[in-house]
Design a protein around this ligand. Sequence first.
Ligand SMILES: *Cc1c(COP(=O)(O)O)cnc(C)c1O
Length: 462
Amino acid sequence: MEKNYFREIPKVDTILADERIQSLIAEYGRNIVTDMITEETDELRSFIAGGKEQAQIEERLHNLIPRIAERTASLFEPNLKRLVNATGTILHTNLGRALINRELAEKLADVVSGYSNLEYNLQEGKRGERYSVFAELLCRLTGAEAAMAVNNNAAAVMLVLNTLAKDGEVIVSRGELVEIGGKFRVPDVCAASGAALVEVGTTNKTHLQDYKDALSPNSKAILKVHTSNYSIIGFTESVGIAELKPLCEDIPLIEDLGSGVLVDLSKFGLRHEPTVQESVQAGADIVCFSGDKLLGGPQAGIIVGKKKYIDRIKKNQLTRALRIDKFTVAALELVLMEYLKGTAAEDKLPVLRMMKESYESVLQRARILKEKLSVFEEQLELGICDCHSQIGGGSLPGELLPSAAVCLKAKQLSTAKLEEKLRKAKTPLIVRTMEDRILLDIRTVQNEEFDLIVDTFGGILQ
Ligand SMILES: *Cc1c(COP(=O)(O)O)cnc(C)c1O
């Protein structure tokens, strides 16, 4: 006769009395451990009911307590964790975009773990404004009269249009009806903000006259959108801010710059991206851009421009709903200060540093990692190869930086399997695969992460 395995499952009280369970309770608390016991034993019942083989059932019964311990521990393993990005994509939206260097992060921790003058004017002893923490820096850096920031750039565009163009018309070129990842589409954002979109020109060409023809008493703004994540090449024409300026005597000329660079990227061998200061200089009344794209700061939607418009935006109810928290305020200030120091930012801010690093320097670092990984030469075929890093984050499409990678293949594991194991490691290592090899593009890997990578391979290959 078959054994009744259901009866073999210990009662909850019996499990609770086990000393291994007692120590779990001491660490995590009785309620959650009891839940884990119930979940594990329920699962075991279904397992038995599923008619599994005797040996399998016995194995699970035998490991009941360790499995409960594992289940509990994994619940307390943070889901959001640090990982190593060896894809070579500098601004990876899936991997958290811009990183903040440790020195700035430590200053940040210091501010946010205590009370702060987030909205308190220490000079006058009265209520202050959170934007004032960083607004002056932004004005100095961009030449704008006023500045503020909200949750992200999508929110900034929505807020700007809602404040300045609601119940009116906003004129946009058909060549700039952008869709950014994650459902941000210019026509939909206009609609959601309460402004009616007036499209002008064609996909490839828009002339000044097109804008002129579209102007009407209902026009509330002209919006330029930077086509961050695609480029139209060939027979094209678009109208710049300076040319549009004369049409905007009474209505604001708004530019959504997307990435918002403050430095000339051509010095890193990249295409020149219009900078925020150029846009302000050319006559944009309002410029908005992301904090965590090429600026290399925290997630934010930064808005700079004419004081009269910024003041109106600040008064919008939506501003309160989209406001940034103290982490962002603190990080933004620290990052902007690096820019104020000039070229120092290029060495301090990880995003700029990664863009700036020469091929030779990446290659040299790749050799160091390869050397470290050579302890596994029995299990891995290791080499160095050339590759290209991308900017990513919907910025500078098609622009590639020559880079170097450690390329490898496991002798006993398929490349797909190795990729999966690296991805699922304790500190996940996200890689690129190419022609049945794994590429670790060293441009986006920091030297401090090399030993971690070695440990990760050690865990998989031993
Ligand atoms: C990225 C981007 C946005 C959205 O910015 P988020 O900070 O990601 O919300 C809006 N407009 C343009 C042109 C962009 O490139």
